[in-house]
Design a protein around this ligand. Structure first.
Ligand code: SF4
Length: 247
């Protein structure tokens, strides 16, 4: 098992993220806390890009729970049909809008339990809303953060909750507000799922991953293939030389 990070190393990781991108932002487009909540609900198992494409026109027409309910489930479904699981998501967005109107004065509550009680809202969505809309230092563990935390060894865990708790216990307080975005962006653009871009990674010297992607041209398997070919060629050359010199 890889050696756990020392506090000074964790500090170094996040100070590098902070130096590179002092004010990281969500890549989801939104207008207010309500549209943020809707965008995050729609983003489950979908890319931010696909959500933004659908919500640009939608939020122009419906940026409050009342307007969304007035739009109706069928129209909403049609507006988001390019996003995966759109039928269930349309149902949830209308239901959560009705709950916001009935129980929260049409406002998005700044409270984890109240958020998680809304249809279609789980812990991850609540964490994003608390962080982005209300500036709370929560860390929403999505697929990118789960991968980066485990692979780099920052906070290994078997499930998102274990990783979230691990990160909360190791990330220095001064970096906790932005940790969520730094790690998502790192996973999305550098520590890619299939082939992490280790040669371009700003924390490569601290990362514990034992199978880092080598700089191009130095892949061990490539070196092996080149070496094998060279040996084959020189043995063929030797054979030809022997054949020429033999009487
Ligand atoms: S060195 Fe590679 S595996 Fe480690 S965090 Fe960077 S990109 Fe990910």
């Amino acid at each position: 098992m890889a050696r756990p990070f020392r506090p000074a190393e964790i500090n170094e990781v996040f100070s590098r993220f902070a130096a590179q991108d002092p004010d990281p932002r969500s890549e989801l487009e939104y207008i207010n806390p309500y549209t943020l909540l809707v965008a995050v609900v729609l983003s489950a198992q979908a890319t931010d890009k696909s959500v933004n494409k659908a919500t640009e026109a939608l939020f122009f027409k419906a940026d409050t729970p009342e307007k969304m309910v007035a739009l109706g489930e069928a129209t909403l479904r049609d507006a988001i049909k390019t996003i995966g699981l759109y039928r269930t998501k349309a149902k949830n967005v209308i239901a959560l809008s009705n709950t916001l109107i009935a129980e929260h004065g049409s406002q998005v509550p700044r409270d984890r339990n109240a958020l998680e009680a809304l249809p279609g809202v789980g812990r991850k969505t609540a964490n994003v809303v608390l962080n982005v809309a209300f500036g709370e230092p929560t860390i929403a563990v999505d697929t990118h953060i789960f991968r980066v935390a485990n692979r780099a060894g920052l906070a290994p865990g078997k499930n998102p909750r274990e990783v979230e708790d691990g990160l909360n216990s190791v990330v220095p307080e001064k970096y906790r507000l932005h940790a969520h975005h730094w790690l998502i962006l790192h996973g999305r653009y550098t520590c890619l799922a299939r082939k992490p871009r280790c040669p371009d990674c700003l924390i490569a010297d601290l990362c514990r991953y034992g199978d880092k992607t080598p700089a191009s041209g130095t892949a061990p398997e490539l070196k092996g293939r080149v070496l094998k070919k060279a040996l084959k060629t020189s043995s063929a050359k030797r054979k030809r030389r022997r054949a020429r010199s033999s009487p």
